[in-house]
Design a protein around this ligand. Structure first.
Ligand SMILES: Cc1cc2nc3c(=O)[nH]c(=O)nc-3n(C[C@H](O)[C@H](O)[C@H](O)COP(=O)(O)OP(=O)(O)OC[C@H]3O[C@@H](n4cnc5c(N)ncnc54)[C@H](O)[C@@H]3O)c2cc1C
Length: 538
């Protein structure tokens, strides 16, 4: 164990931030000089979706654009359940947070007159994506913020440790249980704190086909849920329509901006299939494009992104990351269509938080993809997630800085680890396969019920806390997907097509409610819809 980790255990920290992506790094910087311990499962710069973001950040900074137009676009794609005040708040704070990032050294692209250059992405009514060297936004953001964090003496960084349990007493945070990552023999480490910020990212890696790093396995959401936090909208998972299918896990991404530049989607016969599905064709909302791609693949025709006419020889210069991913797999995208498929990409659901990032547990804040603010509804507008991460990271820092946080009176006790002798048949690999096949792009009640039963069983029986946490999040997603008997945004039920106006509201649920759904779905019980717990966080 390193000295830094020993120090963290000895000193009961005021503020502990879990996660080294945009949310965690930015929140730590905004809290300086307030002492902060930042814990990340992987070395900073690795294991975070932020570093892989290609498009950029949505912000109404271009001529003729406005926060109101940005918010209206956000609401329009969200399937009727976006919280409009939240969307407007995000859009209004975007320019200020972009200025912050510039100050921390993020080299956003500029036009010839020195103004921020803005790109176009699907379902945005204006060019409003600020970017870095074409598709390098995420890498540049993480590099600049990591350097700033490493140069800030009030931030102590602990890398290579997983938060595996959130410790609470009377619905208030008392600390975290950590364990060294990738070390099966490692013992748990307890950090005491009354202020914990979860910034652990998404859940994509719970799926077999995903664009997310393996650290995005829903662990942050799971530990909050296991401590009793209210979870919002877990059923809404966005599938990116154009993951590059070259047998890699995670699958590299062909950014939406390629379609913004005119690349088209074609099947194996070279026919465009999106114009028949939506007036905006390839620039339709993500869920519609993902279903179009899924349908071509399911019908055996295959799906490809064709940038030969739109970009041709300019491909390498405009999209260096995608170009490199293609070349590494023997595809020259200037001359060949790129094979693509939908992949789990972004989680609209998460720990329910209010406008300050506070969860339903006292002393627990959540920001970025692990949280659910109401900004995305049933379907996220492209490039709004980095925006949400940076806006809420700043709000959380402001909220924490304004509160007196006393250290816990005593060291919290470790979380009990399940010691079931029988190893569950459903391994991590099986769990991921089941999420893709049963809780994927197109869902139905029977397969969802099967998934709920399997995940609930694993949640009870898993011997390892890591696997158990994965099962917790998988169960929440599957149970809420089963309970939502309609199709809305990214949640598509083949047995309940179309929206049901009576269900035009967000889901607010808990792990106990998800287990209640599982209990109602015993093998012989009739599949009755369970009403998720509608407790709203304080
Ligand atoms: C390929 C790709 C491209 C994308 N492109 C864009 C884009 O162009 N624009 C946009 O707005 N969004 C984009 N997104 C989405 C966006 O990148 C993410 O939603 C956003 O970066 C999330 O930031 P975050 O800080 O919440 O989480 P992350 O950046 O994922 O960081 C999470 C951190 O938590 C750590 N962690 C996780 N679990 C634990 C644990 N149990 N204990 C300790 N540490 C833990 C991780 O190691 C990591 O450091 C993209 C996503 C992907 C995967």
């Amino acid at each position: 164990m390193t000295n830094r980790v020993q120090d963290a255990i000895r000193n009961t920290e005021n503020v502990v931030i879990v996660g080294g992506g945009l949310t965690g790094l930015f929140c730590a910087l905004k809290l300086a000089p307030h002492p902060v311990t930042l814990i990340a499962a992987a070395p900073l710069g690795q294991g975070a979706s932020t570093a892989w973001a290609q498009g950029g950040i949505a912000a109404a900074v271009g001529d003729g654009d406005s926060p109101e137009a940005h918010a209206a676009d956000t609401v329009a794609v969200g399937g009727g359940i976006v919280d409009e005040a939240v969307a407007l708040g995000l859009a209004r704070e975007a320019p200020a947070r972009i200025r912050d990032l510039l100050r921390y050294g993020v080299p956003f692209d500029r036009d010839l007159e020195g103004r921020l250059a803005v790109g176009q992405e699907a379902a945005h009514s204006a060019r409003r994506i600020v970017h870095v060297r074409g598709d390098m936004a995420g890498q540049a953001i993480v590099a600049a913020l990591t350097e700033a964090v490493r140069g800030t003496p009030s931030i102590r960084v602990i890398e290579g440790y997983n938060a595996e349990a959130l410790l609470t007493e009377d619905n208030a945070v008392t600390g975290l249980q950590l364990r060294k990552a990738h070390d099966a023999a490692a013992r748990p480490v307890i950090v005491a704190s009354r202020a914990v910020v979860l910034a652990t990212g998404g859940i994509g890696h719970l799926y077999a086909v995903t664009t997310n790093p393996k650290e995005a396995s829903g662990l942050g959401l799971a530990i909050a849920a296991r401590a009793g936090a209210v979870i919002a909208d877990p059923e809404f998972v966005q599938f990116h329509p154009t993951a590059i299918m070259v047998g890699r896990d995670p699958a590299p991404l062909a950014t939406e901006a390629l379609r913004g530049e005119g690349a088209t989607l074609v099947n194996g016969k070279g026919e465009r299939f999106m114009p028949a599905r939506h007036p905006l064709a390839e620039l339709a909302p993500r869920d519609i494009v993902a279903r179009g791609v899924f349908a071509e693949i399911t019908a055996g025709r295959g799906a490809f992104l064709d940038a030969r006419d739109a970009l041709g020889a300019r491909f390498a210069e405009k999209f260096p990351t995608v170009h490199a991913s293609c070349l590494a797999s023997g595809i020259d995208p200037a001359k060949q269509p790129i094979p693509v498929a939908p992949a789990a990409h972004y989680h609209m659901g998460g720990i329910a938080v209010d406008a300050r990032g506070r969860s339903s547990i006292d002393g627990l804040w959540a920001g970025g993809e692990v949280s659910s603010t109401g900004a995305h509804g049933a379907n996220r507008l492209a490039s709004n997630s980095l925006l949400e991460a940076v806006v809420y990271a700043a709000r959380i820092a402001e909220d924490i800085a304004g509160r007196a946080i006393s250290p816990p009176a005593r060291m919290p006790a470790a979380s009990p680890v399940s010691r079931n002798a029988t190893l569950p048949a459903l391994s991590e690999k099986n769990l991921r396969a089941m999420m893709t096949s049963h809780v994927g792009v197109i869902r139905d009640g029977d397969r969802l019920a099967e998934a709920v039963r399997a995940f609930a069983k694993l949640e009870r029986a898993a011997d390892s806390l890591a696997l158990r946490n994965m099962a917790t999040t998988a169960l929440l997603v599957a149970a809420s997907a089963w309970a939502r008997r309609e199709s809305r945004g990214a949640h598509d039920r083949s047995d309940y097509t179309g929206e049901n106006p009576a269900l035009a509201h967000r889901t607010m649920t808990t792990l106990a409610a998800a287990n209640g759904v599982a209990a109602s779905l015993t093998d012989h019980a009739p599949a009755k819809p369970a009403q998720p717990n509608l407790t709203v966080p304080a």
